[in-house]
Structure formats: structure tokens, C-alpha cells
Design a protein around this ligand. Sequence first.
Ligand code: FBP
Length: 552
Amino acid sequence: MEISPLQQLRHGYEPKLPKILSEDITTITAVYGEKTAPKRDQDSIKALFPHTYGKSRVSFAKGTNATIAEKRNVGVILSGGQAPGGHNVISGLFDAMKAANPDNQLYGFKGGPSGILEDSYTIIDRDYLDPFRNTGGFDIIGSGRTKLETRDQFERCAEVCLSHDIKALVIIGGDDSNTNAAVLAEYFLEKRYPIQVIGCPKTIDGDLKNEFIEISFGFDTATKTYSELIGNIARDSNSAKKYWHFIKVMGRSASHIALECALETQPNICLIGEEVAAKKQSLKSIVDEMAQVISARAEKGLNFGIAIIPEGVIEFIPEIKVLISEVNDLLAKEAEAFNTISKGNEKIDFVAARLSEASADAFSILPTSIKEQLLMDRDPHGNVQVSRIETDKLLAEMVESRLAKMKREGNYRGKFSSMTHFFGYEGRCAFPTNFDSDYCYSLGYNAFLLIASGLTGYISSVTGLTKAAHHWHAGGIPITMMMNIEVRHGEPKPVIEKALVDLEGEPFKYFASQRQAWAIETAFVYPGAIQYFGPAEVSDRTTVTLALEQGM
Ligand code: FBP
């Protein structure tokens, strides 16, 4: 296979590890901290997880581990959307396993969680793994969105693991996959199956985070990729001075990606879904505010600009949220009748006729293309796929009509011409930054140490991430301590809480303090491309979000 010169060089990159993980692996031992408990719903979580509830936090220190060199087979699964660095989690896990015992074997289940159900795997050896080191993508074994959540599926997982003498499974995924990892760990203990389960925090969306998971992997690289592109467009816009660019960025629910890109590039407008929800802003008021900024810039002769739109914002707009939830329920309940309709306009009429009055009103003002997108196939959780809704086009169109109305009323004298963009898939498989390469390798290496310490139902945790990697802390957190009970599809479920943008947190507060100035002035910052070599202040820099959160 032909590879690029950069890929060639990146293979040679040696990821940096926290100091303790750089020691001879046979001299690293687990140190147990205080017993843990979730912040809320302790009794319910305890009742659901009697075997894994209340375990201690774990860190690592120099010492002896009598069982570390035991021969172990380990299985690994990549779950959900791609995120830069997944290959390095597997590299770190592999290297730790081989350092502990060269006979250890790593089974990579193919195509995501379905790989284990279908017993479809690759044995990952050094020759197979090496070309994937420090590269983006999940193509080493593939990924998928099948959920492991039923007892039948758990039985099948046990059957497959036992048939290969697999002692532990590492599940690399987001909040849902790690929730399922915790449920699987509990099930294996209940049934006395000798299989441990360890999770690793992945998602470019950045919404799997808390005190112990400072960032999910992939967020760093994805946001730097989008910020480079946004910066390039901003410079083009500032050169040609004739277009407003409406740029939608990924982020299924939370607006962390949009916020980080705004902190990096200083656009004129950036919507934050969580703020829209807190202020209960309607679609109309969002459009009005955007039109006001465009008009104020036009007064200064600036008929160009940048607006960043998080893809998930659509579900935070109160009337659209209700509409989407009604459509989700309707399509689930009346799937059979709906699926017999082939024509797009008839599908729209079918749904419109069955909505509540308020939702029917909200639906009626949307352009036909957006109505169709709202009715497309659901994801495996039965939710609308927001990445497929062209919110950038919707807003550009609505803003244009609003400005036309303002012009008719004599309240706008500018020229408006817009371009729309969607940045999502561009960032999910980028070459991981040095940060993601180091962090992911450490998460994987650390995951093996959790396994070798006999732990299960833990998530790999590496913290202190604004410091140099050498000073990072490695350890594990019982997943149950990150859970609470939420109603999902009408049922109370134990889940890891999704971390939305905290409107009281430093990243949002800083953005809010600056955005007025960024709106009217042209204060763009052009971050440029990710640097893999050179001075640490450019090649090892973390996200602005993490730096602000940690008071840097
Ligand atoms: P994960 O939460 O699984 O990491 O995926 C996040 C994401 O990239 C979202 O930002 C986006 O909405 C979604 O995946 C797209 O899903 P798909 O890969 O199925 O198109």
C-alpha cells in the first residue's frame, strides 16, 4: 500500500506517556483511593449495579504486581463515530500487553460491537498494527453503532469471549458505549463469567467529560482541523469581502465543538445550543439576532462575515425540539403506514396531519428540504440524525428573507450573499495531533494496567492534561460513579450524563465576554494547520477549552 511522506514519518513518532506508565510495566501497581458514589440517584444505581457499585478510584505507583505477567487474551471494540486517536488506544493497549507478556494476544472485533456478536475478529500482531500507529481513522478493525444492551447479547459476548479464552474486553466509545460497558461488566460478575470490561472515553463531540475525564479523545484533533478550515474561510472572506459564510460543525447534542472553534477563530456569530435552550429562543428570534449582527456590520461597510452553527442547535430550539420529539414518536408508532408512502410530499402531509397544532405550525414554516431531512431514517436510538439536517442552509435562507424584509422597511442597507459549509467528517479521521496521539496511547496503555489489576467496570482515566504528558496522572474510575438515572424513550435508565456546554464555565464565559466585539469588528484569528513537529507551543498545544477550564 502506498503511504504519504507524513504517514511514513508519523509511524516513527513515539507517543509520550505519563511518568508512571514509562516505568518497567512489571513494577507498576494499583493504588486504591476512596470509595466512590455517583453524584445523584445513589440508591437506584446501587440496586442496578450491586457488584460494581461504590468501588474505589485507582491510580498507579511503583510497586509489585504479582499477576501482571499472567498470559491474557484481550478483546477490543471500537464503537460509534470515528475520532482521531483510536488507532493509538489500540497501540498503547497492545504495547502494554506485550510488555507484560509477549504471549498475550489482542483480538480486534471487526465493525464495532456487532463484531463480537458475530465472532468476527482479527488477531492484532505487530506487523498488522505498525502501519496504523499515530494515524487517524478506525480502519484498523472498523467501527459500528450496534448497541450491546440486551441480556441475549451479553450472553453471546460471554460465549464468544470464553471460546477464545478472552479475559477482558476494552470498549472504546462515547457515553452510551461506556454505559453499556458498565452494564456488561455487572452482568459478567452476576453470572460469574471471568471476563473484565474496561471503557475508554472517545468522541469528537467532547460531551463525555467530567472531573475525571477531562476530555474525550478526538476532540482536540477534530476541533483543530475545523478551526484551520474556518480560519482559512475567514481569511478568504476578509479578502474578498463579499460573502457571509454559514458554517455548520458537528456535535450531535452539545456545542463544545462550535465553542472551541469560536475560541480559536473569533467569528462574528457563533450559536451555542445550550444557551438557546436556556434562553428558550425561538427559531425566529435566532434569525432576528443574526440579521441584526449582519445589519450592524453592513452599516460599517462590512458585507461579509463568519457564522458558526453547531449541528445540534436545531434540537435545542424549544419549538423544534418538541416537533422533533413528536416526529420521532410518530415515526416509531406509525412506521408501517409511513414506510408504505414513497413520495416525499405525501410523507410530509402524512406527518403534518398528525402533529399537535404548535408543532404543525413550526413544521409549516420550514423549507421543504428541511422537512424531508427531519423525516429521514432514524439512528439506532430512534433519533433524528442531526448531521443530515442542513441547519446552515435553513438559517442562511431564513436570514436572507429577514434581511429582505428589513430592507423593504428601510432598516437594512447592506448586500447579503451567503455560502454554506458543513465540517464534520473532515475532522473525524484526521492524523491525530501530538496531544491525541499521546493521550490515546496513554489511555490504551493504562487500560491494560486496569485489566492487569483485576478491575472491571472501570473507565481508563488520564488527567492533568494541560501539563506536559510526563506529569499526567494515570488511573481508573468506576463507571458507576459517573452515572445517574434519566428517562430515555419513556423508561428510567442508568446512563452516563452527557456533558453539555456549561454556561457558568470559563470557556463559555470568556466567549460571552468577547462576542459583542467579535460580532461587529473583524477580529478573525487564523489558526493554520495542525503542526506535528516543531516548537511545543504550536505542536503540543491543547484546546482553548481545556486551557480555560484548567485556569491556564
Ligand atoms: P460519536 O458520539 O459516536 O463519537 O459520534 C459523534 C458524531 O461524529 C456526531 O458529531 C455526528 O452527529 C454523528 O457522529 C454522525 O454520525 P454518523 O457517523 O453515523 O454519520
